[in-house]
Design a protein around this ligand. Structure first.
Ligand SMILES: [Zn+2]
Ligand SMILES: [Zn+2]
Length: 258
């Protein structure tokens, strides 16, 4: 069983643990199994903003901060893409994991999109939440509105689709799974099954993508050396659900290659 990992990080992403570089992915790929390709999808906020500003999330509600840092970020991103491209023959691909800011733009310069094989769109922060005392209905409404817009921004993959929501409310309503899969499918966006943040809706999410022939991608979202090329969680999910890979429409970057 071979996998294309379409979501993985290096130490350019502020949340990585220890030193992890494109070279480490290339070394894993040269082994040839179980990882066939790996896209390095650095966080847009880590490329475009210094650490403190990134973690303040201020750019989410004030996208002018993104414009102020555009040149600085583009230089960082281009340097990084060159570094990843040097290992293209080993199976390394370029990418980013981006947020959607308040004005609907992603945290990457659209002019650089043709250098990217994979764009993962994820939610890591919204201006509501458990800590802010918002009630679950309010949190759910804003998350739904945000997700509905995010899938239509030109992203390829909806990263960890239910992770943020699962952390903010005690019970994700059952009907949310088919709803989010439907949103992605209608927008031509793949659903990610993410091994770095496991949530209890993953099995339902996978089954719904199979039921509806929605493209899926199994990703490690590696943040540490020992997560590179590890698809044990996905294998277990397949075993537990008594599924084989041929039942799944796997998304692959060659489908979009700009
Ligand atoms: Zn993420
Ligand atoms: Zn990630």
């Amino acid at each position: 069983m071979k996998f294309d990992d379409n979501h993985a990080h290096t130490n350019l992403s502020y949340c990585c643990e220890g030193n992890i570089t494109p070279k480490d992915y290339a070394a894993a790929l040269r082994k040839g199994d179980p990882m066939r390709s790996a896209a390095i999808t650095t966080h847009g906020f880590a490329i475009y903003f210094p650490k403190e500003l990134a973690w303040s999330w201020k750019f989410m509600l004030d996208p002018s901060i993104f414009d102020e840092h555009l040149r600085w970020g583009n230089e960082r991103l281009l340097r990084h893409l060159d570094e990843v491209d040097a290992f293209r023959d080993d199976g390394l691909l370029t990418g980013v994991e981006v947020e959607m800011m308040d004005d609907g733009r992603l945290t990457v310069d659209p002019k650089l999109k043709d250098r990217l094989d994979v764009i993962v769109g994820s939610i890591h922060w919204l201006p509501v939440g458990r800590q802010g005392g918002n009630d679950p209905a309010e949190i759910l409404d804003l998350w739904l509105a945000h997700t509905s817009r995010l899938v239509r921004t030109g992203i390829d993959i909806l990263g960890h689709p239910l992770r943020w929501l699962s952390a903010q409310i005690d019970h994700v309503p059952r009907e949310i799974v088919p709803h989010v899969v439907n949103l992605a499918r209608e927008a031509g966006v793949a659903i990610e099954i993410n091994a770095h943040y496991v949530v209890n809706t993953d099995a339902d999410l996978l089954l719904e993508t199979i039921r509806t022939n929605t493209p899926v991608t199994f990703c490690t979202d590696a943040h540490r050396l020992d997560e590179i090329g590890h698809f044990g969680y996905h294998r277990k999910l397949l075993d537990d659900l008594d599924l084989t890979l041929d039942r799944i429409v796997m998304w692959s970057p060659s489908r979009r290659r700009r």
